[in-house]
Design a protein around this ligand. Structure first.
Ligand code: AMP
Ligand code: GLY
Length: 423
């Protein structure tokens, strides 16, 4: 079948790499793709939030499955758009409808969902402009640090962790007066949890689910987890501290109640659920839900999946995941993200990238790159993800880091400590 993959990051490169290996994939289209995805299929320049344009491409290229990488088209209703149009309603879309994507699209909704279904998470309350005075009073007695979250999508910038009450009250006021635009019309004030984070993923068909390999993402820009938050500087899978007992606890107390909760609420969900978790003592808590896979977690997770990814997607589309056994490799994956100088602040684009051919043991997943006249150039903050898959954890970390050093562009930066804290 012809498959369309939407997105342009490292996550989509890993998806494209894997989908292109499937015997069920005749032709893969990636829209818009990046400077590397052309190696796995055909890049098509397209605004993926322009659903009419997506429909035109789907019709022209006889697409039989659409896989959605990022959250934005899902939260905006791309799956609903397909379902509501008889001409394309039969084409499976991997990714939830709007009513499911709201788990990521509204933090207030997700907190209410977790409360309703008894899913462990930080205690919280939500406030709007109308209830600002109550919010200020709530903060007055709140333990520190305290977490403020803009309700809607804020490009990863909508979470503030504050150490000081007066500052938190000031930020609440700023957020409710439009600091994050529409995303901040409601603000969730949340208890700060202390622990170690990990990412767990399932693919669900609304009835059944398949658990994918778990991963750990390194979010801070600096070595030793210091400095500003980024979209993710690297990842590892599996996660050594997530042993069988802990993963089983996650399944029982979080995954099952979430899938059952969606059913009870009448939300028909086909797609990934990404559980952003934190281990507090011995217990897992949900920090956030996402309606998509993580980036750069996907770059570590996908290489460990031995099963045919398109078969997995077909089973999800047919609500047949109960009959699917995911084959997962015991190998260790480590991903190091090479970023542009200045990221996550301002950075320049258009720097020529060299040395990709010198990479020895790793997979190279392009993220913010473009291909111009045969030259690969930087085109974003997170530029290239380098993933090594090895029998031994240390070897995987070492070779991903060594291979990241073999790629060069003006201003390049990467963390040399990804995963080494875990061994
Ligand atoms: P989010 O956008 O919800 O993933 O939040 C971004 C990051 O803020 C998370 O990955 C955590 O590192 C941190 N964070 C969010 N909520 C909490 C919390 N309740 N306690 C501690 N850290 C948090
Ligand atoms: N790596 C975190 C995310 O994809 O949101």
């Amino acid at each position: 079948m012809n498959i369309l993959l939407l997105g342009s990051g490292g996550r989509e490169s890993a998806f494209a790499w894997k989908i292109s290996q499937s015997e069920h994939c005749s032709q893969l289209f990636i829209a818009p793709g990046n400077g590397g995805t052309g190696a796995y299929g055909k890049n098509v320049p397209l605004n993926i939030n322009d659903f009419e344009a997506v429909k035109r491409l789907v019709t022209k290229e006889n697409i039989q499955m659409v896989v959605v990488g990022p959250e934005e088209p899902l939260v905006k209703g791309i799956h609903d758009f397909f379902t509501n149009d008889p001409a394309i309603a039969h084409i499976p879309v991997i990714g939830p409808k709007k009513e499911g994507a709201i788990l990521e699209g509204s933090k207030d909704f997700s907190k209410q969902f977790m409360a309703r279904h008894g899913i462990p998470t930080a205690s919280s309350r939500s406030f709007t402009k109308e209830t600002l005075a109550e919010g200020i009073a709530y903060l007055q007695d709140h333990a520190l640090p305290v977490v403020l979250k803009a309700d809607g999508l804020a490009a990863g910038k909508g979470v503030l962790i504050l150490e000081n009450t007066a500052e938190a009250q000031q930020e609440l006021e700023l957020m409710l007066s439009g600091k994050f635009g529409e995303a901040g019309t409601t603000v969730v004030i949340e208890e700060f949890l202390t622990g170690i984070e990990l990412s767990v993923f399932v693919l669900t068909d609304g009835e059944n689910y398949v658990i994918l390999p778990e991963a750990k993402d390194y979010k801070r820009i600096g070595q030793g987890d210091t400095g500003l938050n980024t979209g993710g500087m690297g990842s590892v899978s599996p996660v050594p501290f997530a042993d069988e007992a802990f993963l089983s606890q996650i399944e029982q107390s979080i995954i099952i109640p979430t899938v059952e909760g969606l059913k009870k609420d009448g939300i028909d969900y086909t797609g990934f659920i990404f559980f952003g978790l934190i281990k507090v003592g011995d217990k897992p808590y949900v920090i956030e839900y996402n309606c998509r896979m993580g980036d750069p977690e996907t770059e570590s997770v996908i290489p460990r999946i031995e099963s045919d990814l398109v078969e997995l997607f077909m089973a999800a589309a047919k609500k047949n995941l109960d009959n699917f056994t995911l084959q997962i490799s015991d190998k260790r994956a480590a991903t190091v993200m090479i970023v542009a100088g200045g990221y996550p602040g301002d950075y320049e684009k258009g720097k020529a990238i060299s040395g990709i051919e010198n990479v020895r043991e790793s997979l190279v997943f392009h993220a913010g790159t473009s291909l111009e006249g045969g030259i690969v150039k930087t085109n974003g903050g997170r530029v290239i993800a380098v993933t090594s898959l090895q029998d031994d954890q240390f070897q995987a970390l070492q070779s991903a880091t060594a291979d990241a050093a073999r790629i060069y562009f003006d201003g390049k930066y990467f963390r040399e400590d990804i995963g080494f804290d875990l061994i």
